[in-house]
Every structure is written in C-alpha cells, then in structure tokens.
Design a protein. Structure first.
Length: 163
C-alpha cells in the first residue's frame, strides 16, 4: 500500500494545488492532504476552514481511485509523514525559483526521516505563476482571481471582505 502526504499551508487552496493533487494522486493508493497549523504565521483562513475548503473541493478532482483524506498537523512534516506511515512527501515545483527552497526542505526531511522520499511534480504551465500569496494580494487590491482558485475560495474571500 503506497501512502503519501501532500503538505502545505493551503492559505488558500489554489487551482495550482489541485493540479498537483490530480497529477500525483494516481501514483499512490492513499494521499493525505496535510494542512500545516502554523501558529506563528497569521493565516487568512483558520486551519479548520482550510481543511473544510479542501474537503469540499476534493470530490471534484479525478484522483484515479487514490483514497484522499485531509488532516491538519503541527510540528515537523517529516514526523507527521512517519506517524501516518507514509512513504512519500509530494511537493509541486512551479519554476526554477521554487527549486532551491524545495531542495533544502527535501534534504532536511530526508535527514530527519531517511525512509521517506520527497516526490516532486512539475505544475502545469498554466499554473506556474499561481501562489496563495499572490492570490491574496491580487484579491485584496481588487483584481480578478477567478480561474486561479476554486469558486468556493473566491466566494469565501468575498464574504470575508463584505463583513
Ligand atoms: O505551502 P507551503 O507554505 O509552501 O508549505 C510549506 C510546508 C508546510 C511544507 C513547510 O513549511 C513545512 O514542512 N513546515 C512544517 C515544519 C517543518 O517540517 N519544517 C522543516 C521543513 S524542512
């Protein structure tokens, strides 16, 4: 049984994350989307809401029979992966700029848990410029974010703004 985790902040989930899930899930029997409960950052969405969004959107993604679940975690990704008996950590690479950071994380995670491999997938080129940070910035400044995030994320951002 091949189980992986796909860790991230997902603040918020973007269509780029969904692209990586769609590409990577068929490689595994099970995948846990692991949402970091980052106490030291001030996320836009609470960890509960980030998990809720992912659970709402996942059924629309074709994961080719891979059993998907969503969990939040605190602490080290490598420890969470080990605790969940996952053999792989999935990460997406959008552009060369991501590579250095991702390489350092992968090597550190390997040092922490040598039995767990990081698996990198190249994002589709149409998603290569999308990040949660840019989506939030564009939205905050009145730009159009449709097509960058699932509709529920856009609706939730709008609702938040109108309060
Ligand atoms: O979506 P992000 O913000 O790029 O995800 C980064 C994430 C959550 C994968 C990374 O910050 C992480 O693994 N944090 C948990 C703490 C940890 O394990 N730190 C050491 C990483 S080598």
């Amino acid at each position: 049984m091949r189980r992986s985790i796909f860790p991230g902040s997902f603040d918020p989930l973007t269509n780029g994350h969904l692209d990586i899930i769609r590409r990577s899930a068929p490689l595994f029997d099970e995948m846990i989307v692991a949402v970091l409960n980052n106490a030291d950052k001030r996320p836009m969405f609470s960890v509960e809401e980030r998990c809720e969004i992912i659970r709402e959107v996942l059924p629309s993604v074709d994961t080719d029979g891979c059993r998907m679940s969503v969990e939040s975690f605190s602490g080290l990704t490598a420890h969470f992966a080990k605790e969940k008996k996952a053999t792989a950590i999935v990460r997406g690479i959008r552009a060369v700029a991501d590579y250095e950071y991702e390489l350092r994380m992968a090597l550190m995670n390997r040092r922490l848990e040598p039995s767990i491999e990081t698996v990198f997938l190249m994002a589709g080129e149409e998603y290569s410029y999308i990040s949660s940070r840019l989506v939030k910035e564009v939205f905050r400044l009145g730009g159009n974010i449709s097509g960058l995030v699932p509709p529920t994320v856009e609706a939730r951002l709008r609702k938040r703004k109108s309060i």
